[in-house]
Design a protein around this ligand. Sequence first.
Ligand SMILES: *Cc1c(COP(=O)(O)O)cnc(C)c1O
Length: 368
Amino acid sequence: MLLLTPGPVQTHPSVRAAMDEDIAPWDAEFRPFYTSLRERLRDIAGGVEGVHATLPLQGSGHMILEAAIRTYVAPGATILVPMNGEYAVRIARLAREAGRVVVELPAEDTHAITPGAVAAALDAHPEATHLAMVQSETGSGIVNDPAVIGAVVRAAGRRMIVDAVSAFGALPMDLAAQPEMDAVVFTSNKCLESVPGFAFAVARMDRTEECAGQAGSWSLDLSDVLAQARRSGWGSLRFTGPVQTLRALEVALDRLDAEGGPAQRLTRYRANAARLYAGLCALGLRPYLNQAEQGPVVVTFHQPDGMDFHGFVGALKARGVNISAYYTTEAPTFRVGAIGDVGLAEMDRAVAAIAETLAAMGKLPAAA
Ligand SMILES: *Cc1c(COP(=O)(O)O)cnc(C)c1O
């Protein structure tokens, strides 16, 4: 089965095989291993030793996002969220339910956020201490640029949190150049090409310590994760986590290094996404995004009129290709991931399977 959901992704067999061992997470051998993994992730984020730290949390992307919001945005404080996609909607919900005030910056899910719109919104909302932004919007495929938006946030004297869950490991991130960034958050199972299990923030240590005590949650308090590291060492965990998945992540990071790092991985993903985009266009299908807005992570297309979506996903799976079983755009769409341990051959296989499936359903536009 070819897994082309935009996370979890197709992993290399060596990544999965690394989990085939029982681990004692509190023993002496585990500690240097965990410490080095944290340093490697900090380095991928462009973090600086002594300034930034990797703060892991077991669980999913939503959990690390909620933890970052709770940790860095004070209770009752205001956070500005540019609303150009489903994952922005989720940030807004997580923040509201945590008792933070959300100001939504309305935006279309077919265009990247512009620095001008953010500057105007920050100007209109001096009470907003933070901006939270999605780097790669996995609902549509567009990419927002944290460096460009961060410059505006920095100039306005505000702070920033970036959801890089479907970006980290491929799209650029340079924390050293972005002092306005409190934290960037991500998981092991998207562009890092490992299995789900752990989520991570790479964060400023000074801000994390300043913010101690305001999370309103022990489990989701990143300042407590840092305090634990200070107290008991960078190799220590607070609570039992899915530590076998950290072994998988180590192999996945080795593979990222072997590929040449995030820039090379991005090149592969761009080629994958371009192949999917062109292949699906050639079938007569209509892309959700203009080519200029199409990011490298997930490709979204309008469904042919009157198509049975769940029937399509099921029939495609029967042909060996597993895509996301839901869509989050207003218009009916389907989306195919371009990320994971996959290349052009897999993209071609996916396009061929989509063509066959639609033809069998009588919904192939090119044949109509
Ligand atoms: C996948 C994803 C999430 C949520 O991750 P879960 O692990 O499913 O909780 C958050 N933000 C973005 C941009 C994502 O792609």
